[in-house]
Write a protein that binds this ligand. Structure first.
Ligand code: AMP
Ligand code: ZN
Ligand code: ZN
Length: 307
């Protein structure tokens, strides 16, 4: 397979775009698409101080690399959830640290156990929902660290496959509230919240993996958290990949057309109430935010001696 642009050996075949690209032209295009998403959806500006949430996986490290290449000022944040099974947290932290060190970038590490006395396995005890704890912790910590560090915007590594699969799942349930909120930029609805952006939303998982490979990024392959059921999202991704196989370009079209018509769902946005958590002061939907509720429950369990 030869590069459509220069005839050199191609490293990727992008059927959706009828393009085969060599290393150089692929990297060039990848960066262009990241920049396009940033401009089209007003994700950030050149002067923004960006905090990239890095998990040690290919997407978030590729994102950090691309933003830096494009000249954005981006620091990284790794949240150590203290998951020991399969050495999950230790290995992913090492990858993030090695990446930052090689490129002379600043990585902030937040260790949940050291800061709050409990790691995720302890916070999960007694809870049946599979993955909600990680999500609550990550949202809280990302926001807090970004706020304390005076960043302007928080960026995550969600790619087109992630976004399209969530969209499909929200549509299948006609979850209008979630549909109204889904997109590459989530606005801050409270002064103590930061806007959250997804600059890789127009790039597939195959593209981010190829980018990481070509750029020599060492990342954790098996990044599925050992507590994650992940079944719904995997089923949605598989379904979309089968459709994509049949009609290349559908995934991108599905997502970008949704964003064009998203205002149709805008009326479904619940009016956000600006309540602050009594315990940590960050915005909450009730008196105490879900993160502080988790900590409280674990402390109570500890006092009862069954921890
Ligand atoms: P996930 O929820 O695991 O699919 O991850 C989605 C995004 O959240 C990643 O692309 C990262 O930007 C961010 N993220 C996930 N895990 C962590 C972590 N332990 N520390 C910092 N950011 C994370
Ligand atoms: Zn080429
Ligand atoms: Zn709180």
């Amino acid at each position: 397979m030869r590069c459509t642009k220069c005839g050199r050996r191609a490293v990727i075949n992008l059927r959706a775009h009828r393009l085969a690209l060599c290393e150089r032209h692929f990297v060039e295009r990848f960066l262009e698409v990241v920049e396009r998403a940033i401009r089209r959806y007003s994700l950030m500006s050149r002067s923004s101080r960006v905090l990239v949430a890095v998990s040690g996986g290919k997407d978030s490290l590729a994102l950090w690399d691309a933003l830096t290449e494009l000249g954005y000022r981006a620091d990284g944040l790794y949240i150590d959830l203290g998951i020991r099974r399969q050495n999950y947290s230790r290995i992913s932290k090492e990858k993030a640290e090695a990446f930052a060190e090689q490129r002379g970038l600043r990585l902030r590490v937040f260790n949940l156990k050291e800061e709050h006395g409990f790691a995720v396995p302890e916070l999960r005890r007694g809870s049946r929902e599979v993955c909600s704890v990680c999500g609550i912790v990550k949202r809280h910590v990302m926001n807090r660290v970004a706020l304390e560090g005076s960043y302007h915007v928080l960026a995550t590594g969600h790619n087109l496959d992630d976004e399209a699969s969530v969209l499909l799942s929200n549509l299948l349930r006609w979850n209008l509230e979630l549909l109204a909120r889904q997109g590459p930029r989530a606005e801050a609805w409270h002064p103590k919240l930061l806007p959250k952006v997804k600059p890789l939303c127009l790039l597939t998982e195959k593209e981010t993996a190829t980018y990481a490979l070509v750029r020599g990024i060492d990342y954790v392959y098996e990044l599925e958290c050992p507590f994650s059921a992940g079944a719904t999202s995997i089923a949605m991704k598989e379904a979309l990949n089968r459709i994509e196989e049949h009609s290349p370009g559908t995934k991108l079209y599905f997502y970008t057309q949704f964003l064009r018509h998203r205002s149709a769902f805008a009326g479904e946005r619940p009016s956000a109430e600006a309540v602050e958590c009594k315990s940590c002061g960050l915005p909450a939907s009730g008196e105490v935010c879900s993160f502080c509720r988790l900590l409280l429950k674990s402390r109570l369990r500890g006092e009862k001696g069954d921890n």
